[in-house]
Design a protein around this ligand. Structure first.
Ligand code: ZN
Length: 86
């Protein structure tokens, strides 16, 4: 099962085919293979035009903003982890 999905880059990514940089907010195709691997394609390599109804980056950015405090909190809960690593 291969899924192709148009998404917008939430950060700078690199096309897995031609290696061009996909800048944050730019549309790209995410191809998921067997739910295990995902490939990124820039619009040039996708072979199909960017859908006009692709939503702007606003929604994914909000989601990332919600995730960041969680990560910070998780670190705060493990104050001794850093010492053990060193
Ligand atoms: Zn490309």
């Amino acid at each position: 099962m291969t899924m192709r999905q148009w998404i917008r880059a939430i950060r700078d990514r690199r096309c897995g085919f031609c290696g061009v940089t996909i800048e944050r907010g730019a549309p790209m195709v995410e191809i998921t293979l067997h739910r295990l691997r995902s490939l990124l394609r820039c619009p040039s390599c996708a072979g199909v035009p960017v859908p006009t109804d692709l939503p702007p980056l606003a929604a994914p950015t909000t989601m990332g903003g919600d995730l960041t405090p969680v990560a910070v909190t998780a670190r705060a809960w493990l104050p001794y982890a850093d010492r053990d690593e060193r």
